[in-house]
Design a protein around this ligand. Structure first.
Ligand code: PFF
Length: 455
């Protein structure tokens, strides 16, 4: 497929587009349960520090690769390092990782769809708050409904990719992102007003260092990469659309801060509800589907209309946030099949649907009939997430910074960072950011990677 090399119009457009990819299920669904599984505030603290110290420089590095090469993620490495077979080989990773993630991302999208339907059919008004957990348990361990919801969600997203309605969906996400922000703030406020909610806020921000294990680092960094869509070729691709006069550091920092804020807000919406409902914070991937409905069921007893409007809006926005992300995940593989094998776009999308659909069915069943199938305590779903987020993403992020630090010429990197010297205020920061990219980020990722295996 010929990629149009049109660019983003302004800094706000860049931040919106990048934040649109970054903000998704990773913030609303994954972040809270990762916090719950990995020690609460210690995880949050490491996540914040890691985002600023490691993820932001890696983000900058990926944007630089994109803008310098001015091409898609697969060709970027080949173009900037011609005749180096290793980098040609590496360029396959940004195709494989999003495809693995898309498979299980769509399962969670399916859960959101089911909960959206529940909200529309007033199920939360009929359910006692204490039964919210059972409602989820019954749904997720059943065989057919979650599988069908996953396939429907994947099909909906695949249709959009096949139609290529990019402009529509992008405009839509620009509108929906602020709505999502407002909703999450309102839900956080309500959640924090519930009896027993203070415990949840404490759990998020009061670090208990006895909870710390070296693995906390690995998971916090994995979450940070995941949330910022790093190590997947997405930011490289978006970087290629960034205008030459755009300030890379400012746009990257803007995106990272919005993403971080959204994750913390989602934590504030969900953790107090978790504690108020007496749910175990380490409950895993189902955490938001147990705690948020608890809020809506409870609200339903006092203000049914408000509860219905809020629940319908909430799950609708989750669906849209998930869909815009899933679309970009499927698009990567689709574009690859079209470019590499000359497939027709519709066929390529169908192939992606079959691949992600089948893998996703296995992930979905791993909460029900296939739950006995585990490796080191992880079911199929967990394994997909772990391999992609804690191994492949780290490898790809590592290679991206090594590429900028050791393969690209320092002067070229400086040229991108300062826009050929035009961004004077960036110039004094260059050496520090370059040092973070060249030495700190790769060494940290390596250490974390090995800690993951050894400890
Ligand atoms: N960053 C997204 C999230 O936090 O939900 C996940 C994601 C979406 C990653 C799309 C990559 C991507 F292309």
């Amino acid at each position: 497929m010929e990629k149009k090399r049109e660019g983003f119009g302004s800094r706000t457009a860049v931040i919106f587009a990048m934040a649109g990819s970054a903000i998704g299920l990773g913030n609303i669904w994954r972040f809270p349960y990762m916090v719950g599984e990995h020690g609460g505030a210690v995880f949050v603290l490491i996540y914040i520090v890691a985002t600023i110290l490691f993820s932001l420089p890696i983000f900058v590095a990926e944007v630089i690769i994109g803008r310098r090469s001015h091409t898609n993620a697969r060709d970027a490495f080949v173009k900037l390092a011609p005749g180096k077979p290793f980098w040609r080989l590496v360029s396959i990773l940004p195709i494989v990782i999003p495809t693995i993630i898309a498979s299980y991302y769509s399962v969670i999208g399916g859960w959101s769809l089911e909960y959206f339907i529940k909200a529309c059919s007033l199920d939360f008004l009929r359910t006692a708050p204490d039964m919210a957990t059972d409602l989820f348990g019954g749904f997720v361990s059943s065989t057919w409904v979650p599988v069908i919801m996953h396939l429907v969600f994947l099909a909906m997203s695949a249709v959009v990719v096949a139609l290529g309605v990019k402009a529509g969906i992008e405009k839509f996400s620009k509108f929906i992102l602020p709505v999502l922000f407002i909703l999450i703030v309102l839900i956080a406020l309500y959640s924090m007003s519930l009896p027993g909610a203070g415990e949840g806020v404490r759990y998020l921000f009061w670090a208990d260092f006895s909870e710390f294990t070296p693995r906390t680092f690995a998971y916090a960094l994995g979450q940070s990469f995941y949330s910022l869509s790093l190590g997947m070729g997405i930011i490289i691709t978006y970087g290629s659309y960034v205008r030459k006069d755009e300030n890379i550091l400012a746009s990257s920092a803007g995106t990272a801060v919005s993403d971080l804020m959204f994750a913390l807000l989602a934590g504030l919406a969900i953790m107090p509800a978790v504690f108020a409902a007496g749910i175990e914070p380490g409950a895993g991937p189902g955490l938001i589907f147990q705690s948020i409905p608890y809020i809506f069921c409870k609200m339903g007893q006092e203000a049914p209309t408000l509860s219905t409007i809020a629940s319908v809006l909430f799950f609708f926005t989750v669906i849209v946030a998930a869909m815009t992300s899933l679309i970009s995940l499927i698009e990567v593989g689709t574009a690859f099949l079209v470019e590499k094998f000359g497939m027709k776009r519709v066929r390529a999308v169908f192939a992606m649907f079959l691949i992600c659909g089948t893998a996703g069915v296995l992930c979905s069943l791993s909460f029900g009939p296939l739950s006995g199938l585990t490796v080191a305590g992880m079911n199929i779903f967990d394994i997909f997430d772990w391999v992609a987020s804690n191994i492949l993403l780290l490898i790809m992020a590592f290679l991206s910074v090594v590429f900028v630090g050791f393969v690209m010429k320092k002067e070229d990197v400086r040229d991108e960072f300062t826009n050929g010297g035009a961004k004077r205020r960036n110039a004094p920061l260059f050496n520090a950011v370059y040092f973070l990219i060249k030495w700190v980020a790769p060494i940290a990722v390596l250490l974390i990677f090995f800690t993951n295996f050894i400890l």
